[in-house]
Design a protein around this ligand. Sequence first.
Ligand code: ADP
Ligand code: MG
Length: 216
Amino acid sequence: MTGLELRGVTVTYPGHPPVTAVRDVSMTVEAGEIVALVGPSGCGKSSLLGAIAGVVQCTGLVMWDGEDVSTTPVHVRGFGLVFQDGALFPHRTVAGNVAFGLEMAGMPRAERRARVAEFLELVRLPGYGARRITELSGGERQRVALARSLAPHPRLLLLDEPLSSLDAELREALAAEVRDILLATGTTAIVVTHDRAEAAAMSSQIFTMRDGRLLP
Ligand code: ADP
Ligand code: MG
């Protein structure tokens, strides 16, 4: 199975004048591979992830396993997104957050409960299910966000600066944990970071972006 392949992906935001955030990006990520995407703020990293996920309009081809998914709706692509601040639902418990994607997919309650427990175990938060989001540390929140995005078994996980809101020490520890979890679940992933050391620690390949383009 081949993983993700992008051909000539371009993102232009409409406006006066329009802003071209991603220019003619082509890249391949093998199935099961973790790659990093680095580059200065504003170079187009989030726009590229958005285009891959389908939440940002683009031209060019987004392919998974040789099949064009450019026009496939977001929820059918089977790609997960993790943001910098985790973007957890504050009114839901930890378990409620992890169960979210499973509910959307119509998974029966008993199966859902088992899957939630499995993924809380995986991110080393067993027994945290009933906790409120406000009762968690920053690192715990990011691990809940990771469990939530991994629980529905995404084909591809897109992580947009998932650790940058954390302090340096925690970031380093969690970078290794996240990598191990992705490897253990065989998840193909693109991790955006502006930290080269973090990129090197987490990925097998680093792509560098500048002004909307991938550097050769
Ligand atoms: P990065 O994630 O690397 O910091 P972004 O993809 O967020 O970069 O932004 C790339 C460029 O696109 C920037 O110039 C930014 O101002 C612009 N941009 C991002 N989102 C939008 C939007 N929704 N509408 C218009 N311009 C945007
Ligand atoms: Mg960004």
